[in-house]
Design a binder for this molecule. Structure first.
Ligand code: HEC
Ligand code: HEC
Length: 401
């Protein structure tokens, strides 16, 4: 099979964004996001970055920078005052994303991470990048029931969406990974990317040695980390990029921000059904449309050896067959559905949930009850779900050769 062509959000059309993902005209959202995300660059890094991106900025900022420089009697470069916030997309009104202390967000790091995320040379057989299974056109999934990793190995689960993933604190359908950095390393060395270092396949060190032979990467790793590419540096850069995969521009965000007519009337009725009558929001809760908790809704419980999901992590019987509530952003595009890709259409997935899930011993009946809707109500609910698109343009990054 030929792997999907890598394409992704590009910075080029977003000249004012430090991270290349900002494009919209909803000033209120942007301002709220900036406040939300205020962080400062470590000074050592700020010197270089600011020289790049503050040209053409407001005079006030320049004056402040000059004053700051004079006071500090520093080098010739235009430096950013230390209080200048670092910005990347944010969900307005949601608590700020937690950034690990040992992996601060910097513009250059996100840019490097974006390239690595798209680069098939990271995989064991050169056939896969992270992006191969988390494609924009498929709502950041891959359109397959179960993912097919490097060396064409079928994986046990379906590729989940990555929208707003930086706001999560546990990763995978069962939450077995505690950080984006750890998850990226596991995906890279595991079946997804196949850089296992076993059976004659290249391992992470070998792949990093190859990256270090590519001048464009050597230069960027030196700039960002002051070191060569290493497994730890690579996953730090990828994780920093992933934290910018924020669906901050959508009809849903505008609607929740108070713009009622961002959704059609049918979709607004659907939202009411979603949150009140059908209580989907018991689990698909809040701005992210997920409570980030684990529930058994009955998927895949029929087979001889069901995927026990969260049980494997907690060893608690009640977590048997429980999986992390997925966000519903871009849900229209991310068929087939559920952790095993067992349901082909959105209509079927919704009917299954409206039916109260699939009966089994561990079904979360406290949160999920059967609901009867009229034809019109069901149509409205579907209209709501179909309006949860994230608005992004897609352009692949240029990879260093
Ligand atoms: C072959 C397809 C494939 C490739 C390549 C792949 N992934 Fe995934 N990804 C998956 C699947 C399948 C899962 C779910 C696995 C599970 O839950 O056990 C997943 C899960 C994730 C998650 C967790 C999402 C959540 O909701 O918790 C993140 C984050 C992620 N991948 C990022 C990456 C990164 C970064 C890379 C590159 C290093 C990558 N993926 C490469 C298929 C893929
Ligand atoms: C008890 C919590 C809970 C409730 C209530 C709930 N869901 Fe879900 N939903 C989940 C979980 C957990 C999954 C993933 C299950 C799996 O894959 O095993 C899911 C998956 C889905 C999916 C597939 C998502 C994907 O990415 O594959 C859709 C669509 C969906 N739910 C819609 C709804 C609708 C519509 C309602 C209300 C009628 C609803 N859900 C109510 C927990 C819930």
């Amino acid at each position: 099979m030929s792997p999907p062509k890598p394409t992704w959000l590009s910075p080029s059309h977003l000249p004012h964004s430090p991270f290349g993902l900002w494009r919209r005209g909803h000033g209120d959202i942007i301002r709220a996001a900036q406040v939300n995300q205020a962080k400062t660059f470590p000074l050592g890094e700020s010197m270089k970055q600011v020289a790049e991106h503050s040209r053409g900025r407001a005079l006030a900022v320049l004056l402040a920078a000059v004053a700051f420089l004079a006071a500090a009697s520093c080098k010739q470069e235009v430096a950013k005052p230390p209080e200048e916030p670092v910005k990347w997309p944010a969900i307005a009104g949601y608590s700020a994303m937690t950034i690990p202390a040992d992996n601060p967000m910097t513009r250059a790091k996100v840019e490097l991470g974006r390239q690595l995320y798209y680069d098939q040379r990271l995989s064991g057989d050169g056939s896969r990048s992270c992006y191969s299974c988390h494609l924009v056109e498929n709502g950041l999934t891959d359109g397959k029931p179960k993912a097919i990793g490097a060396y064409n190995v079928e994986l046990p689960r379906s590729s989940p969406t990555l929208w707003n993933i930086g706001y999560h604190s546990q990763f995978y359908w069962d939450g077995r990974s505690g950080s984006l950095e750890a998850q990226a390393k596991a995906a890279w060395a595991g079946g997804n990317m196949g850089a296992s270092g076993k059976d004659g396949r290249p391992g992470l060190e070998e792949i990093c040695a190859r990256l270090n032979r590519i001048p464009g990467y050597r230069k960027q790793f030196q700039e960002v980390f002051g070191a060569e590419a290493s497994p730890d540096n690579v996953v730090k850069a990828i994780a920093a990029f992933e934290r910018t995969i924020v669906a901050d521009d959508s009809a849903w965000v505008r609607f929740r921000g108070g713009a009622a007519n961002a959704l059609s009337e049918a979709a607004q009725r659907g939202w009411k059904i979603f949150s009140e009558k059908a209580k989907c929001s018991n689990c698909h809760d809040g701005l992210l449309l997920t409570d980030q908790q684990y529930h058994n809704v009955g998927i895949g419980m029929k087979g001889k050896t069901p995927d026990v999901g969260r049980f494997k992590v907690t060893q608690s019987e009640r977590d048997t067959g429980a999986f992390k509530t997925p966000t519903l952003m871009d849900i229209r595009k991310s068929a087939p559905y559920f952790h095993d890709g067992s349901v082909a259409t959105l209509e079927e997935a919704v009917d299954l949930m409206l039916g109260g899930g699939l009966k089994n011993k561990y079904l979360d009946t406290a949160n999920l009850k059967p609901v009867r809707l009229t034809r019109q109500e069901r149509a409205d609910l579907l209209e709501f779900l179909r309006s949860l698109d994230a608005n992004y343009k897609v352009t692949p990054p240029q990879l260093p050769q």
